[in-house]
Write a protein that binds this ligand. Structure first.
Ligand SMILES: [Zn+2]
Length: 398
């Protein structure tokens, strides 16, 4: 089923079908979307209750793809619910009925070589010459700690290899810079880049770094319950025994008895305090740093929309409202509009990531840590970069 959409795109001109790309509107509910596309309302009832909860998990502003015929009838739609899975709606042949499914998003990964000649600075020049803002960001941060950018002069050269994920031919998610060569006049510097985007000039060495953000008490996330018992973990896609297919679980489930107080994991503003379909009574809190937390199945909500809350404040009570087999907390956490594994963040030391920093004598560094630079595939990418520089043909495409 999932391949039909892709195939249709390739043979599109034959059937007078068109693919339309748009963004999921921020304030739009799934029901409103169906109405706007003339999909019968009983379509929702045909979706299993297990799957209905994903209808509230669509990423606002994500790209959706629709296949329409020349009468503007929706034939198929692909709507992401995470970076891994997407809703697939497909009109049945010779029928007004639609089918619902959740399928993996198909990504292709491209590897590219780019060359940037310095006119002003690495960021603006990359943006101008490669026309990709994310890439310009990634490149300038990858060389920041490895070279002194102020010494770059007009005519100097930066060559680099990067990978970029694409969905339906469009660049999505962050590109990964893999290896960089900076040529300042006659001096060459090679930079290996790790998965966080930090650059190093040497491998296998112990380097000093300090935290980018202060590891203060206020930067820590707390736990949503006083006593923690995880009954189900986060997953982008795992086998669902009832549906007999892969489904995501966009949160962590905590077991607790009915009426147990729920605590705000961090200070913030209440953005939702009401019923939300199969999630039952839900509270959502917007925090700084692009985070938003969600507390589902509550027996009682203790806060109001728009209210400010402090970390540890009681925002509601454990319950079993919505679709739930027994009292528990389904806790979801989003960063920049995407579901992430809450346990990667809850109880951890700092909101911010750590950053390599060259330690100089002059700097007043309070907290120095050490890590050994070990980057998978680093040498291979350097070899690839050297070869690409020799051939002298940039291969980036946008
Ligand atoms: Zn859950």
């Amino acid at each position: 089923m999932k391949y039909i959409f892709i195939i249709s795109m390739i043979v599109m001109p034959l059937f007078a079908q068109k693919v339309i790309e748009s963004k999921w509107q921020e304030e739009q509910t799934f029901e409103e979307y169906l109405i706007s596309r003339n999909i019968p309302k009983d379509f929702i009832e045909s979706i299993s209750e297990e799957d209905q909860k994903f209808l509230s998990e669509i990423n606002k502003n994500d790209l959706i793809y629709e296949l329409k015929d020349d009468n503007n009838t929706l034939l198929q739609a692909l709507i992401p619910i995470s970076k891994v899975m997407q809703i697939h709606i497909a009109k049945q042949k010779d029928s007004k009925q639609y089918l619902f499914d959740i399928i993996p998003i198909e990504y292709t990964i491209g590897e590219y070589y780019a060359k940037v000649v310095i006119e002003n600075n690495p960021y603006t020049d990359t943006l101008q010459q490669v026309k990709n803002k994310n890439l310009a960001n990634r490149l300038s941060s990858s060389i920041k700690n490895a070279i002194d950018g102020k010494k770059l002069k007009k005519g100097d050269e930066i060559n680099f290899i990067y990978t970029q994920e694409k969905r339906m031919g469009n660049p999505v998610l962050m590109p990964d810079v893999k290896a960089v060569r900076v040529k300042m006049r006659d001096k060459e510097t090679f930079i290996y880049v790790d998965k966080d985007g930090d650059g190093y000039t040497k491998l296998g060495e112990s380097v000093a770094y300090q935290a980018r953000n202060k590891e203060s008490e206020s930067a820590k996330f707390g736990m949503p319950l006083r006593n923690i018992r995880i009954t189900s973990s986060f997953s982008y896609s795992r086998y669902h025994p009832i549906l007999k297919r892969n489904r995501p679980h966009h949160g962590t489930d905590f077991g607790a008895s009915k009426g147990t107080p729920l605590l705000a994991v961090h200070s913030g503003k209440i953005t939702y305090a009401s019923r939300m379909g199969t999630y039952g009574n839900v509270v959502k809190i917007k925090h700084s740093g692009g985070y938003e937390s969600l507390y589902a199945h509550q027996s009682r909500i203790a806060v109001k929309h728009g209210q400010r809350v402090k970390k540890g404040q009681v925002i509601g009570y454990v319950g079993s409202t919505g679709r739930s087999t027994g009292p528990h907390l389904h806790f979801g956490l989003q960063k920049n509009g995407r579901w992430i594994n809450p346990m990667d963040v809850l109880g951890k030391k700092s909101i911010g990531s750590t950053q390599l920093k060259n330690i100089t004598e002059k700097e007043d560094v309070k907290k120095i840590k050490y890590k050994t630079v070990n980057i998978k595939g680093a040498k291979m990418y350097k070899t690839k970069l050297l070869r690409a520089i020799k051939v002298k043909k940039p291969s980036f495409v946008w």
